[in-house]
Design a protein around this ligand. Structure first.
Ligand code: ZN
Length: 301
């Protein structure tokens, strides 16, 4: 069905403004967004808070959510009632709040049937001595509760060094925060459910942003995975091939660094691709840093 229409889908990203955002998404990635508070580019998204349009071709102008609903054959006819993933580029000029996400079971029960949120990060740029928050230092649930309720943040929060090319998996229940200076590519479940544990007592328009302390305590995993197990390096991998960085039940993550002509088999239900450096062509179409595309099911067969 519709074989002749199996073409690569190029997405029109949606950018968001955030108190911690910067200008790199416009200045370095070329997105048409005003202001110096651009925090996120939702590059591949069918979420109602930022549903990308198809840029050109047979589906030009359609929202990704609509293509998903009307053309399941492009996505391998997966038994899923909505597009399952969301790809973002995040530019953190300042620290993001300390947060945690629920899993599918908790989100379904407490958040109107939403998906939970498993996510992962690939560090695109980091300052010298860059860090981020992954995990916490409480050993027991009692210790976790007292650290949070008493605001013993420096004891609680575990900050670890990161550099360009690092990969970090954030399972539900993992306390995490992006720190100022980092630019990263995030792959996540298609969900916007975030519980904010601590926001550095910052104010926005004279008020502190809402915290979700009780729900956070419900879902935080204790003890946390070790710092060493939390970060892997994806630097210096073989070029011109798909290097698998991580697999879980929601996604497989690959890094492909191209410096000559290369080909690979599209054997997945669909493949999300984000160009994070340089420029080139894919099947004769020009692509450059900042482009996001979907290679559909059976493409090229
Ligand atoms: Zn998160």
């Amino acid at each position: 069905m519709n074989q002749e229409k199996k073409e690569i889908l190029f997405l029109e990203p949606v950018c968001t403004h955030n108190i911690w955002g910067g200008a790199k998404l416009r200045e370095e990635f070329g997105y048409a967004a005003e202001g110096d508070d651009i925090g996120e580019c939702w590059g591949i998204s069918a979420h109602p808070n930022g549903d990308c349009s198809i840029r050109c071709g047979a589906y030009a102008g359609m929202k990704l959510s609509e293509v998903w609903a009307k053309h399941p054959e492009l996505f391998g006819n997966l038994p899923c009632d909505r597009f399952p993933l969301l790809t973002k580029i995040i530019d953190a000029r300042e620290d993001l709040s300390i947060q945690v996400h629920p899993d599918d079971t908790y989100a379904a029960a407490h958040e109107n049937g939403s998906f939970g949120k498993t996510e992962c990060w690939y560090i695109l740029d980091a300052p010298e001595n860059g860090t981020l928050v992954v995990g916490h230092n409480a050993q027991t649930k009692e210790e976790l509760i007292s650290m949070i309720r008493e605001g013993r943040w420096s004891e609680f929060i575990r900050e670890i060094p990161v550099k360009k090319g690092d990969f970090i998996q954030i399972d539900p229940g993992t306390v995490h925060a992006i720190k100022g200076g980092l630019v990263l590519l995030e792959t996540q479940q298609n969900s916007d459910i975030t519980y904010r544990v601590y926001d550095y007592d910052r104010e926005q328009d004279g008020r502190q942003r809402e915290l979700h302390v009780d729900k956070s305590i419900d879902v935080i995993t204790v003890p946390a995975r070790s710092a060493k197990e939390s970060v892997t390096s994806a630097f210096g991998l073989p070029k011109n091939r798909m290097n698998r960085l991580y697999s879980c039940k929601y996604y497989d993550i690959f890094k492909l660094e191209v410096d000559e002509k290369t080909s690979f088999e599209q054997k997945y239900p669909f493949l999300l691709m984000s160009v994070v450096e340089g420029e080139g062509t894919i099947d004769g179409r020009s692509v450059k840093k900042g482009d996001h595309l979907i290679v559909p099911c059976g493409y090229g067969m």
